[in-house]
Design a protein around this ligand. Structure first.
Ligand SMILES: Nc1ncnc2c1ncn2[C@@H]1O[C@H](COP(=O)(O)OP(=O)(O)OP(=O)(O)O)[C@@H](O)[C@H]1O
Ligand SMILES: [Mg+2]
Length: 296
């Protein structure tokens, strides 16, 4: 697999604060890579370093397996903090300024405004835009010049539920066009919904990295047993709301369908006259670690 970004043993301290601690990650081409961690875990600092706006204190990084240069910086689009646009200029005129800075033809402006669904509003002044529209204009601006990688830092902060859904769909859409995406977020849910890969950070350190489906799989395994395994098995088969069932001696290991709780299962079994001798939820250890981390 080709890597778009490789970070090796990256380090950054601010006085006593170890903002990034010996971090190594690799972002595969075509992935939607989530950097997930609570506030202050070093996400923005890491992005700042790889974008060349923050000096690192050690380690290295490389884009496209090439030495860092102004040339390969042009292949990266970033939406970092509050977008800086001129409030009294229209969306179109703001993007013309960005196109000038990026040395991109104005012809590209229509394409990017259409992607973010702002073409109809191209003549409206920036200051009249809603928060969600401002965020979409920032994405359009980053898309100018057809970057191969797009970086988002907390793209849905401050948006309402509809705005959040719109931005997430837009990110997934952009990824489908083959652009690699790196997205920093403190929201587990956001990373689960939009990302294919994830690194989880805690106090600047990597806790784990991998495919979202492996690392953040929140489906729990339920263990259930009764003193008559045969009757229990028949009842479980009749219950139906089970994705997967495995027998392990007298115990059954189940993955319940979405929205089904162990209480639902237990209520059903009691109705059937089956008293369980054991019923418990076995959580994945990574998930446990992450939930603990977020509850600190
Ligand atoms: N310029 C700075 N000067 C001093 N400390 C800083 C500076 N920038 C970041 N830090 C510290 O480094 C740590 C990591 O900050 P960073 O902004 O990278 O975290 P984050 O994961 O992006 O957090 P958030 O979810 O709140 O955006 C924090 O403890 C922060 O206070
Ligand atoms: Mg941040």
């Amino acid at each position: 697999m080709e890597n778009v970004l490789t970070i090796s043993n990256l380090d950054k301290r601010y006085g006593k604060i170890h903002a990034v601690n010996n971090l190594s990650i690799a972002v595969e081409k075509g992935s939607v890579y989530g950097i997930l961690g609570p506030n202050g875990s070093g996400k923005t600092t890491t992005l700042g370093i790889v974008l060349g706006v923050v000096n690192s204190g050690g380690g290295s990084f490389s884009w496209f397996n090439e030495p860092n240069s102004k040339q390969n910086r042009k292949r990266i689009g970033a939406i970092l903090e509050q977008p800086l646009f001129y409030p009294y200029l229209s969306a179109l005129n703001n993007l013309k300024i960005v196109a000038d800075i990026k040395q991109v033809s104005y012809d590209d402006i229509e394409r990017v405004l259409k992607i973010v669904d702002l073409w109809e509003r191209k003549d409206s002044k920036f200051k009249t835009f809603s928060y969600g529209m401002k965020q979409r204009l920032a994405i359009a601006s980053a898309l100018l010049g057809n970057p191969e990688v797009l970086i988002f830092d907390e793209p849905t902060n401050g948006l309402d539920p509809r705005g959040i859904a719109e931005i997430r769909e837009l990110i997934i859409d952009i990824a489908r066009q083959g652009i690699t995406i790196i997205l920093a977020s403190h929201l587990l849910d956001e990373v689960q919904k939009t990302c294919s890969h994830v690194v989880v950070l805690h106090k600047g350190e990597k806790l784990f990295e991998g495919k979202v489906e492996d690392v953040l799989n929140l489906s729990n395994t339920v263990e259930v047993a009764s003193n008559n395994a045969q009757i229990l098995e028949i009842a479980l088969n009749e219950f139906g709301k089970i994705n997967e069932m495995k027998r392990n001696g007298e115990q059954f290991l189940l993955s319940l369908s979405e929205g089904i709780t162990t209480t639902d299962l237990n209520t059903y079994l009691i109705d059937k006259g089956i008293i369980v001798s054991h019923l418990s939820v076995r959580k994945k250890s990574l998930e446990e670690q992450f939930l603990e981390l977020l509850s600190e």
